[in-house]
Design a protein around this ligand. Structure first.
Ligand code: SAH
Length: 372
């Protein structure tokens, strides 16, 4: 990479639609965009010479103006349980993390959407680090691009990454347009071709963005609920003060009604914090709260991090909490904690970056209901 590359257009920044527009501007036929998207995301190439079905002239003109550039791999750690965690450096020196979790014939990639997070949930280590900026499309899809290249070097071999969850660092709904473009590539048959049931966006509950998502994309939706009432959720997920539980659950129901989602359910994520939200009464309150929403509850044992005020609930407590929900008719699973030995578990992703102290500004934008 030389200095002039900085001014080049990164082709990983384009969804198929946007690449088609770009090619049209260059007086190229739309099907060329499809060919290039396949080279980029199915064949995983990082140079134009490899694109053998393009004319030499087109390859040369693309090479003159464009680059194919994912974030740079700083470390790739593998856990004893097969989990991988990548530390990736972005052009501005910020670092983010991406995690791969294999389980049986499923392989899930946990993708970050922002450098840090502005939402300040009290039990999440990403939040403790502050917020720096939104990721570009290339930085979001680049995580999948890198993971696939590493885990499945032969692009024609059978799929290793079968699922993607937007559950890494950041609040995907607050980086809406870039997340949509990246997720379109995840779903696009010309790119990663993942099934819409296997691509999940997880949100703390940005209500207007949930409605907007339904108009744009059909993916699985997960809600980070973590509390059965507003008084408690206000403390754990400060965004609740802006969008209280009732409004968030109504938005989830609208999402199910609006996307073509026969038999689909919302996933409700609930981190169990000892003595905070894990009592029998909380379980009953949660069952009452969710009785009309088609959902499955995913209980997440709290993963501790340095200086946290919270503790993990005991195994007995988690079992009891789950039993109550199951007895009350709620579909409930317990998320296995994976990759703990490499700090790759939920809420442990921290990356390395400067808090630009934009959290307040960002919050002000949310308050005004502004989504980018
Ligand atoms: N901002 C989005 C995406 C992050 S997803 C959201 O809130 O949904 C990461 C998931 O892990 C969320 O459900 C989050 O609440 C949960 N989580 C955060 N910190 C955790 C921790 N320390 N232990 C277990 N789960 C945690």
């Amino acid at each position: 990479m030389n200095a002039s590359d900085n001014n080049k257009i990164n082709l990983l920044d384009f969804s198929l639609d946007k690449l088609t527009d770009f090619f049209q501007q260059r007086s190229e036929k739309p099907f060329r965009a499809k060919q290039v998207i396949k080279w980029l995301h199915q064949m995983n190439v990082d140079n134009f010479d490899a694109m053998s079905n393009l004319s030499k002239a087109l390859r040369e003109s693309l090479a003159a103006d464009c680059i194919i550039k994912a974030p740079e791999i700083i470390t790739d750690q593998a856990s004893q349980d097969g989990t991988h965690k990548w530390l990736l450096r972005l052009d501005d020196g910020n670092c983010i993390e991406t995690v791969f979790i294999p389980e049986g014939d499923r392989g899930t990639l946990c993708v970050s959407s922002q450098v840090g997070c502005a939402l300040d949930c009290t039990f999440c280590s990403t939040a403790r680090q502050g917020f720096s900026r939104n990721l570009t499309v290339a930085e979001i899809i680049g995580q999948l691009w890198i993971a696939k290249r590493t885990l499945q070097p032969d692009p024609k071999a059978s799929r290793v990454i079968t699922n993607v969850v937007m559950m890494g660092m950041g609040e995907p709904m607050l980086n809406f347009e870039n997340v949509i473009d990246a997720m379109q590539l995840m779903l696009d048959d010309n790119a990663y071709g993942l099934s819409k049931r296997r691509v999940t966006l997880s949100t703390s509950g940005v209500v207007p963005a949930i409605d907007k998502l339904a108009e744009r994309l059909n993916v699985a939706l997960a809600l980070s609920l973590h509390a059965p009432n507003d008084a408690l959720r206000d403390k754990l997920v400060p965004l609740n003060k802006k969008y209280p539980i009732k409004e968030v659950l109504a938005a989830c129901q609208r999402y199910l009604d609006n996307v073509d989602s026969v038999r689909e359910k919302i996933t409700i994520e609930y981190v169990l914090l000892a003595g905070v939200n894990d009592s029998d009464a909380h379980a009953h309150e949660l069952a009452d709260l969710l009785k009309n929403l088609p959902c499955k509850i995913n209980l997440i044992p709290f993963n501790p991090f340095p200086k946290t005020q919270y503790q993990t609930s005991s195994n007995n407590r988690i079992h009891r909490f789950k039993d109550i929900l199951v007895q009350r008719g709620c579909v409930t699973t317990r998320r296995k904690t994976r990759g703990e030995d490499i700090d790759a578990a939920c809420g442990q992703l921290a990356g390395k970056f400067k808090d630009r102290s934009r959290r307040k500004i960002h919050f002000a934008r949310i308050e005004q209901g502004e989504q980018q």
